[in-house]
Unconditional design. Structure first.
Length: 150
């Protein structure tokens, strides 16, 4: 093949890999190959032989793949960072600030950290002000709490 043609083949290949990375969800699989194709295109524009272009493509793709896979694996673990969402409160302790009564029309309130939450108990138990509680569930804008022993 003509050396001039390889330049455009490598650039086209890099574009296809980048487009594939954008279209296909699933964790940075094609990006290393796009990087390898860009390096191979640079080698082609410099005038290096086809063999050096292929070696550059393979080496850079493998190196980027080895570098990016651990990063992607950590990002895909699916754990929420600390302090994100209301589920962060599950297991937290607090104190009842207004009585939680069974069957009451108005929910009681609890203070969890610096936040005040409407609260109820899972079994309808009445909790007096000052009772220490633990959050067992969040249902929308209310906390489901149980008393804890001191």
């Amino acid at each position: 093949m003509e050396p001039e043609l390889w330049r455009w083949i490598w650039l086209g290949t890099a574009g296809v890999f980048l487009l594939g990375e954008v279209i296909v969800a699933g964790g940075v699989f094609m990006l290393p190959f796009a990087g390898g194709a860009v390096v191979a295109a640079i080698f082609a524009f410099v005038g290096l032989s086809d063999a050096f272009q292929w070696i550059g493509f393979i080496f850079v793709s493998a190196a980027l793949f080895a570098i990016l896979r651990p990063v992607v694996r950590r990002l895909n673990e699916g754990k929420n960072p600390i302090g994100v969402g209301s589920s962060r409160l599950i297991g937290e302790t607090g104190v009842v600030t207004s009585v939680i009564e069974s069957g009451a029309d108005v929910l009681g309130t609890v203070r969890i950290g610096r936040e005040s939450w409407a609260a109820e108990t899972p079994d309808g138990e009445t909790l007096q002000e000052g009772t220490k509680i633990e959050v067992v569930e969040i249902q929308g804008t209310r906390a489901v709490v149980i008393p804890i022993e001191e």
